[in-house]
Design a protein around this ligand. Structure first.
Ligand SMILES: Cc1ncc(COP(=O)(O)O)c(C=O)c1O
Length: 472
């Protein structure tokens, strides 16, 4: 056993040996660093040595290392191999990568946080929400507190059918709506149902959240990245046989920010119709569009081919744990079986409150107000960068709560971790675009994904100032 093998002693080596895919290897290494089983500065074996030890392809190990370097868990210096990143680098990079509950802040307290994924939690409508929750609880009949329908409360499902038809053009009846604990659960239920019907793979956008890929793979499916360009995902790349579904963010690609073009929409629906495929539509920030031109839900064009998922994580708060899945009839039974076996049903108290909140008009009011505030923030971000960091191009801003900052000046994706570390040392948490790439591209132009929706109002100006200091 070589000296570096002392790095992976006991259980850790066993765990790594149990990782049969890149996602599993990444998760095991990430957890080992997060939990301090691998201390900062520890050298790692070369990708070649580790691939032989684990019986994996060398590229699998090299890609996993590259991804963890992009995320800031590991660091590499030319000629010095790969090592566990120093704490400041790791803290600056992954403190809490949104939607990924495994990653938690360690020691660093940031003054400002511009990581994407979380809305302004200080703007949660506490008063209106508690009024809705109180009213709903006072009125709920006792029998509704028993074991609920696994699909969720019928009254909320009907309310959502009407709301989604009005706001996103979604076509459904309440039987097809399943209330989930988040988009992540909806994706897991759909993936499990697909796997049971013999599906082999799912096309996913080449940029996105690692947890979504991990979930599909945990259900036993293979993922196939699709190139993302100015017209959205290249759906013509769905050619691998056995691919039975495609996961897309059609209204606002995450994190690039483009909308799926009309021709691509038609193409992916044709593919689904001809191949018995399912399109999974992740409409995570569909309510926050600032352009005059609305982008309706893809589901409205073909309700039999599209599983639509919306979430309260952006419009209200991730902590609520509420999302809504509108599933075509042919996939409903499989989804409900998966729901029954996973958590049986989603708790009803938040559902009652959301139902009342929407029916009373409180939700529309909150979304309208939030849209205005986020738009003002977006405009402030664009104008301050134009003045203080003119080399930076801001893209993907027609919708949502985040923007992509193309850094220019010949900087590359490989430079993103050190830029984020510098920001971290200055008290500002930001993330590089590389953290959201399915396949690392160290020579791609450097970019940051900036969640301008996140800071509370009192910290927004300071966050912009800190950002300009880092980029200017
Ligand atoms: C691309 C994308 N999809 C979905 C979600 C919402 O996920 P969840 O409902 O699991 O919080 C997010 C939240 O950040 C997201 O960025």
């Amino acid at each position: 056993m070589s000296k570096t093998w002392a790095t992976f002693t006991g259980d850790l080596l066993l765990e790594l040996r149990g990782a049969r895919r890149r996602a599993g290897l990444e998760a095991a290494l990430r957890e080992a660093v997060r939990s301090d089983r691998l201390a900062p500065g520890t050298p790692l074996p070369s990708s070649r040595a580790l691939s032989i030890e684990l019986g994996l392809a060398r590229n699998t190990v090299a890609d996993a290392y590259a991804q963890l370097i992009a995320e800031g868990w590991l660091a590499a210096r030319h000629g010095a191999g790969t090592r566990v990143a120093d704490r400041i680098e790791a803290d600056a990079r992954h403190g809490e990568l949104h939607s990924d509950v495994v990653r938690q802040p360690r020691t660093t307290q940031y003054s400002y946080d511009l990581r994407p994924g979380t809305p302004n939690l200080a703007a949660f409508p506490r008063t209106a929400w508690s009024a809705a929750a109180r009213k709903a609880l006072a009125q709920v009949p006792n029998q509704m507190l028993g074991y609920p329908d696994p699909r969720g409360l019928p009254t909320l499902r009907q309310t959502l059918v009407e709301y989604l038809a009005r706001v996103r053009g979604v076509r459904a009846t309440s039987e097809h709506v399943v209330i989930c604990s988040g988009f992540v659960q909806a994706l897991y239920l759909l993936s499990t149902a697909l796997r049971r019907t013999g599906a082999g793979g799912v096309g996913i956008e080449s940029y996105g959240l690692a947890i979504h890929r991990d979930i599909i793979e945990a259900a036993g499916l293979t993922t196939h990245p699709l190139t993302v360009d100015d017209a959205g995902a290249r759906v013509d790349e769905v050619t691998v046989s056995g691919t039975r579904a495609v996961l897309l963010t059609p209204a606002h690609q995450f994190p690039i920010g483009v909308a799926l073009a009309a021709q691509r929409r038609a193409d992916v629906l044709r593919w689904a119709s001809e191949h018995g495929g399912l399109v999974i539509e992740d409409d995570y920030d569909g309510e926050f569009r600032y352009d005059a031109r609305p982008v309706g839900a893809l589901q409205s064009l073909a309700p039999d081919l599209v599983a639509y998922v919306g979430t309260a994580s952006k419009s209200l708060a991730p902590g609520l744990g509420l999302a809504w899945l509108v599933v075509p009839g042919h996939a409903l039974e499989g989804v409900l079986e998966a729901k029954r076996l996973s958590d049986r049903y989603t708790g009803i108290f938040e559902q009652l409150a959301l139902d009342e909140f929407i029916r009373s008009g409180g939700y529309d009011k909150h979304v309208r107000r939030s849209r205005l505030r986020y738009r003002q923030r977006r405009d402030a971000l664009v104008s301050v960068l134009a003045e203080r960091a003119p080399d930076v191009a801001v893209t993907g801003i027609a919708a949502g709560l985040h923007a992509v900052l193309q850094l220019g000046r010949g900087l590359r994706a490989a430079d993103e971790p050190s830029i984020c570390s510098r920001a971290g040392r200055a008290g500002l948490a930001v993330q590089g675009l590389g953290e959201f790439r399915r396949t690392p591209q160290p020579t791609a132009p450097a970019a940051l994904v900036v969640g301008y929706g996140r800071p509370p109002d009192h910290a927004f100006a300071g966050a912009l100032e800190a950002l300009c200091d880092v980029l200017g």
